[in-house]
Design a protein around this ligand. Sequence first.
Ligand code: PGA
Length: 247
Amino acid sequence: MAFFYIANWKNFFLPQQEIDFVQKHQNMLITLSASHNIIICPSFLSISQLTSQFADTAVSIGAQSSSQYSNGPYTGEITAQNLAALGCQYALVGHLERRTLFGETNEIIAQKIDQLLANGIMPIICVGSSKKQEESGILAKDIITAQLALPITLAQKHQLHKLLIAYEPGSSIGSGNAANPDEISAVFLYIKQLFNSVPSCAPVLLYGGSVNEKNCHELRKIDQLDGFLIGSASTNFQTFEKIVSCS
Ligand code: PGA
């Protein structure tokens, strides 16, 4: 399986800047996608343009979130059904910013995952404790066990063979300090154990949290690592390319 490089652009750009970025670097992104899984997650506003731009190429487009509901009277929501209609192939779910700033619970996140899977979109499930949880001494393992309980049940329901899980510790997101490789390794091992209850489904293990062109070499050595979820460093193409070339 090719290594995953997922660009989470968050709300760093204006829509036109997102479009300019891909127009400028389209050929290079397509070249990189020949040997790597390249997934770009722009704002909702640019998804339609980007999926057309990369139609018939190996570059995939992902959403940064999606609704827990299906199409209906849900003012302001963007449903999995609509994302699928635009050609969106992936969606981030349960990002720590969504959990802490927008009150997304494990139950809401499970509903979103269910909607995405029902519409043929592969969720990228983000797990890990918040800074506050870390400071209050709650074990990351306990948090992750609770965060993955429903997704594992859904993997069974939808008969999935793989599920993308991104471990993103709160103290590393946006801090400039990635987590310690040994700690990441231990968490990966633990996630694998949690998946023992669904032997037909393998977790695809990603790490996110201040991945940059300086620490990517060290992080790449982590056993079991299948990819990176990259926030701010992915908004500069040269930096993103350096990270992809780390292997
Ligand atoms: P960061 O963000 O790389 O800027 O730390 C990662 C993420 O939040 O997905």
